[in-house]
Design a protein around this ligand. Structure first.
Ligand code: NAP
Length: 247
């Protein structure tokens, strides 16, 4: 049995994780905590799953790494500075492994993989991400990651810069520029988590769309992370791709 703790246990995602851990045959819940609770409650866990808040997750990870507890992280908002700090912490305290996945949905990971494959074949690529209005960060971690993957695939293939004649712009109208890829974030009541990647070249377009209908859709990916994190080759792994054999 893998002993699992959950940070953010009463949150929208954390409560699904608690149910998934309790429902699986090979995992056992040690404790689930929220902002006001003591982290000591998860001592004894092999793995802690964190779905908290971008402002809280680094402090949680510092503590877990110091305790030698593996972490499976869904919380978004990681930038280069935070990742560099994490690598430093993991070097200073060998033992714990950290898996950060901007998206635990297997279909979402496949969407990113397919986007990477398609990117070099199109002149233009833009991303539209659509989420519920309670989301704290914009654009989503998945959209940022997709933009980076598309940009890298275009660079590797020597694809020229995207055409864009915009010279007059209401600020924000063309979305955020992530590595040269425009990303547009919609916050709409009634939605959960959705994304479209629109590719275009002369006379044809291709749209790849992913829809997450409920938060339970993320749980097979979370449980995969819980099962695999201890055996990952590197102290820090970003994305579910290596666990799905996608490289
Ligand atoms: P949420 O409903 O607001 O839940 C967050 C929970 O974290 C709350 O229960 C909150 O407790 C708790 N919390 C805050 N600070 C904490 C701390 N220091 N220690 C322990 N618990 C703490 O948010 P959500 O919708 O579940 O989303 C959580 C995160 O997951 C966000 O960053 C979101 O973008 C991300 N997310 C990722 C994926 C993915 O596949 N990677 C999918 C969906 C969402 P209190 O209520 O007591 O403050």
């Amino acid at each position: 049995m893998i002993k699992v703790g959950v940070f953010g246990a009463h949150g929208r995602m954390g409560s699904e994780v608690v149910a998934a851990v309790q429902g699986a045959d090979d995992t056992e819940l040690v404790a689930g905590i929220d902002a006001a609770d003591e982290r000591d409650a998860v001592r004894g866990a092999d793995v802690v799953v964190d779905f908290t808040h971008p402002d809280a997750v680094m402090d949680n990870l510092r503590w877990l790494i110091e305790q030698g507890i593996h972490a499976v992280v869904g919380t978004t908002g990681f930038d280069d500075a935070k990742l560099a700090e994490l690598r430093g912490l993991l070097d200073a305290h060998p033992g714990a492994k950290v898996l950060i996945a901007p998206n635990f949905g297997v279909a979402a990971v496949l969407m990113m993989h397919f986007a990477k494959l398609a990117a070099p074949y199109f002149e233009s690529t833009e991303i539209i991400e659509l989420h519920h209005p309670n989301k704290a960060d914009a654009p989503s971690g998945t959209a940022s990651r997709t933009a980076e993957l598309v940009a890298a695939a275009r660079r590797d293939a020597g694809t020229p810069a995207m055409p864009d004649a915009t010279t007059a712009e209401v600020p924000g109208a063309r979305g955020a520029d992530i590595d040269g890829v425009r990303v547009h974030a919609l916050r709409i009541t009634g939605l959960i988590a959705h994304q479209e990647i629109v590719f275009g070249t002369h006379g044809e377009t291709l749209t790849i769309r992913h829809d997450s209908m409920n938060r339970a859709s993320f749980m097979p990916g979370v449980l995969l992370g819980v099962r695999e994190v201890a055996g990952l080759p590197d102290p820090l792994t970003i994305g579910l791709e290596p666990l799905l054999g996608l490289g």
